[in-house]
Design a protein around this ligand. Structure first.
Ligand SMILES: *Cc1c(COP(=O)(O)O)cnc(C)c1O
Length: 383
């Protein structure tokens, strides 16, 4: 089945018995078994994949996980409470005191905090790398995991994931990848060699800005540490959240196409604006990461960044505060368009001087791009 057909068909195994087109929402703490034999059997199965106890999921959870594993063309999926909780499960389950975890410098801000505050506290040596060559050099010391994200949050820097996997595997080290930006519509991490793929399904997979959810995919073997960690630490996500995410997932294909079209239209327009110093969006042919994007992605979604020509804080505030169609807030992936100041010295190791150009992250939603450009234009004029 092709992608959009899969989206329409997957995750409906329990719908037939319910005589409904969609799977039923099953809420439960206690799971009941018809016999001692059935009860015992449930503990032979894979945890988070079959009814055992509410904490490890119900039929609704399994429908979403099965659909997502199929879309990522792999064996298994674990749903968690948020994207960050999925990241935490993967990183902490690979934490071995005295060994190192190698992390791409451009990762999501809270991933970095987790590495610097929690992993370091556990005696794990976290080392950041900014290029494939730097990674190769660092792989010489005993390493339990290589962790990447493409493109990098905010800076939109690209990385050659296939090369990263090749080098990590040669050293016997698994690779985890935050695949949130590309989604299964545009990015196939396991085909590039990634062992563990992580999604903040809060974003495009749900697509409606109304829930928090994380998804981890991979083979049974690759997910074994994270699965055990989630089981032991009581990781859980409500079936209601999975049910809503499955509804959002149905339209992922059409939404992503439109997000891409709109984002390209707005980013292209922005490149010609006098206040704009640079646009960071690898989908644009002029972008420094375009070749690597083209090699690894079949499309690109809404979030991208742009940098202002030098301006003072008051002018910058007038731009942000006068936007009408862009909400000021974090996260992305819904219908709505959003603006967020990406303060580099706060989120990244990039210093910024008071009058230097400021970096802004836009998420381009499903509004008409002409109206979005007109809104940006009037906000530039207010500066
Ligand atoms: C938002 C985001 C996360 C965190 O996900 P939550 O669901 O908000 O916890 C992780 N990685 C990336 C790339 C994100 O954009």
């Amino acid at each position: 089945m092709r992608f959009n057909t899969q989206l329409a068909q997957l995750g409906r195994a329990s719908a037939t018995a319910a005589q409904a087109v969609n799977p039923p929402l099953v809420r439960a703490s206690t799971t009941l078994f018809s016999s001692l034999a059935e009860y015992k059997k449930s503990y032979d199965g894979v945890v988070f994949e079959s009814p055992r106890y509410g904490r490890t999921g119900t039929g609704t959870t399994f429908e979403l996980q099965t659909a997502m594993a199929a879309l990522e063309n792999t064996e298994s999926c674990i749903a968690t409470a948020s994207g960050l909780s999925a990241i935490a499960a993967v990183l902490l389950s690979h934490a071995v005191p005295g060994r190192q975890i190698l992390v791409f410098e451009g990762v999501y801000g809270r991933t970095r905090t987790l590495c610097e505050k929690e992993l370091n506290r556990l005696g794990v040596k976290v080392r950041f790398f900014s290029s494939e060559a730097e990674l190769r050099e660092r792989l010489e010391a005993p390493t339990t995991l290589v962790y990447v994200e493409v493109p990098a949050s905010l800076t939109m820097q690209m990385l050659d994931v296939e090369a990263v996997c090749h080098d990590a595997h040669a050293a016997g080290v698994p690779v985890a990848c935050d695949s949130t930006w590309g989604t299964p519509a545009f990015f196939h991490p396991h085909a590039l060699g990634v062992d563990i793929s992580i999604h903040s399904a809060t974003k495009y997979i749900n697509g409606h800005s109304d829930l928090m959810l994380g998804l981890i995919t991979g083979t049974y073997e690759a997910l074994e540490p994270a699965r055990t960690w989630c089981d032991r630490y009581g990781s859980h996500v409500a079936p209601d959240v999975c049910w809503l995410a499955l509804r959002g997932l149905r339209t992922l294909g059409v939404r992503m196409q439109r997000h891409q079209e709109n984002a390209v239209a707005v980013a292209t327009w922005l490149r010609g604006q006098e206040r704009v110093k640079a646009v960071y969006f690898p989908v644009l042919p002029e972008d420094r990461g375009h070749a690597l994007w083209k090699k690894q992605f079949s499309g690109g979604g809404g979030p991208f960044s742009f940098e202002f020509e030098a301006c003072d804080e008051a002018a910058f505030s007038r731009f942000i505060d006068n936007l009408q169609l862009f909400g000021l807030g974090t996260s992305w992936g819904g219908v709505d368009s959003l603006v967020m100041p990406a303060i580099p010295h706060h989120l990244r190791a990039l210093p910024v001087q008071p009058d230097e150009g400021r970096l802004v992250r836009l998420h381009i939603g499903l509004a008409d791009p002409q109206d979005l450009c007109a809104d940006l234009q009037q906000a530039f004029e207010q500066m």
